[in-house]
Ligand binder design. Structure first.
Ligand SMILES: [Fe+2]
Length: 261
């Protein structure tokens, strides 16, 4: 099967590195980062998220039920619109979204049937902009002095969104700049908060290799719900911000980290 990458971006093309975005939010000496992930269309279960300077959603905002061969090919787009309506209304000054494998509107294609979605990728990006949400698709963001990089790419999982093979991920993760403060990826690196309910390590080994070079102070991801939590290794804090607990209830709490800037 053809990689999503080959149809979505062309490696070596200058379009791969989008220009960085700089929201005009002034940070004090410490920035409060609030992290959530894998809301899968159940975002309205969440109330009273902690306050913070930056709110990060690390992917799979779209409903789990609406991307499996949906005959109308509309629901995934509707799920995104409802998510953005909610996410965009939250009071955090900077709101960041990175796509996950369920967030098919950002590829404009239904993963199950391969057919085009009514919502195109361009329209999905525009909806984010209209909602005041900063959508990062392999892209750097500068918030005052804080450097953030968001990437959705991950190892192949069925034919869902943002799959990339090992060679493509080597190229992609090799492009993530050194010296960034916060890395947001939907998938975990291999060996860090990446064990599923069958006790399998599901993280990306290529990302794990590149992390030593990228060396972010904070790495935020989700995807593997069973391994939600936080670990500290030296100066690096790794957060699996997946919120679903049993039966897809969003029972895990958001994670809050204060970073000096
Ligand atoms: Fe996922």
């Amino acid at each position: 099967m053809q990689s999503d990458l080959s149809t979505h971006l062309s490696l070596g093309d200058s379009s791969l590195r989008l220009p960085s975005i700089s929201p005009s939010h002034i940070l004090q000496s410490s920035a409060r980062i609030v992290m959530i992930s894998d809301t899968h269309g159940a975002h309205r279960q969440l109330a009273n998220l902690p306050e913070g300077d930056v709110l990060i959603h690390a992917g799979d905002c779209c409903s789990k039920d609406t991307v499996r061969g949906d005959p109308t090919l509309r629901k995934a787009g509707n799920s995104l619109i409802d998510f953005l309506d909610w996410f965009g209304s939250l009071p955090h000054p900077v709101k960041i979204l990175v796509a996950g494998n369920h967030d098919t509107p950002f590829t404009g294609r239904d993963w199950f049937s391969g057919k085009p979605l009514v919502m195109t990728a361009e329209r999905a990006r525009q909806c984010c902009a209209n909602a005041g949400v900063l959508y990062l698709e392999h892209q750097e963001l500068l918030i005052d002095r804080l450097r953030v990089f968001g990437t959705p790419w991950q190892p192949h999982y069925k034919s869902m969104a943002f799959n990339a093979d090992d060679a493509a991920r080597r190229t992609l993760f090799g492009q993530v700049p050194q010296g960034i403060d916060i890395l947001v990826s939907h998938c975990p690196p291999a060996g860090v908060l990446d064990v599923n309910d069958k006790q399998q390590s599901c993280g990306c080994p290529v990302l794990a290799e590149h992390l030593e070079t990228i060396d972010p102070r904070l790495h935020v991801f989700g995807h593997i719900h069973k391994s939600a939590g936080t670990v500290r290794d030296g100066d690096r804090i790794s957060v699996n911000a997946a919120l679903p607990g049993e039966k897809f209830t969003l029972s895990n709490p958001p994670t809050v980290v204060d970073l000096t800037v």
